[in-house]
Design a protein around this ligand. Sequence first.
Ligand code: 1GP
Length: 250
Amino acid sequence: MKVFSNLIEIARKKGGGYFVLIDPDTRNNQDLKEFVREICDRGVDAILVGGSLIIDADFQRSLAIVKENSTVPIIIFPGSLQQISFDADAILYISLISGRNPNYLFGDHVIAAPYIKKLGIEPISTGYMLFESGRTTTAEFMSNTKPLPVNKPEIAMAHALAAQYMGMSTIYLEAGSGADHSIPDQVVKAVSSYVDIPVITGGGIRTPEDARSKIEAGATFIVTGNVLDDSRNLKLINDFSRAIHIKENS
Ligand code: 1GP
């Protein structure tokens, strides 16, 4: 059970941690293999694999390819119960605390727990908070929950603190994949300074500058996904890595 604590240590030393999210639907097997090798060489600290809705890809096969080609930890970011596999080092054990859908608060977890134990992967207890971001995201639609308002940080702060008091290991501030706007820095700051557990944020982060300002606002880990779908953006990974690892480049 060391994957997440190692990543926290890496983030502490580097000033922040960088996760890349791979949605298996967006790449064929050959592209996936090359992409994983590229990102590992360009300063990524961990790879998240998953999606709120996977239509085309064979999740197990995709995860096996990621595992074969990665030199960094692989963490499942499950959009459903089908997204569990032994080809991972850990899984975000997500409770969708911004919503009030009982299945996503404490329902699917009961079904998943024995599998996770059997497979021997590390569960990372995650208080997942979905925020409004300009349009309906897949995560919002699929979970049938109402996102948190971004202009009321006190609501977000109270949710995050409740997650900490319930013993969760981390908070994930999520704008939704492909969101028009990332989570505002003020919200990241308000939540990060209010809780003692590390904050992950992602959704709609398209520039290294945005990533850096979230680290400066107090986030421990930054997630990017969509922005790397275009293979011409690979160099951006180096730029994101430099921007997020602020202690290495100061
Ligand atoms: C979504 O936070 C991740 O869960 C990444 O979002 O694809 O918008 O970078 P993007």
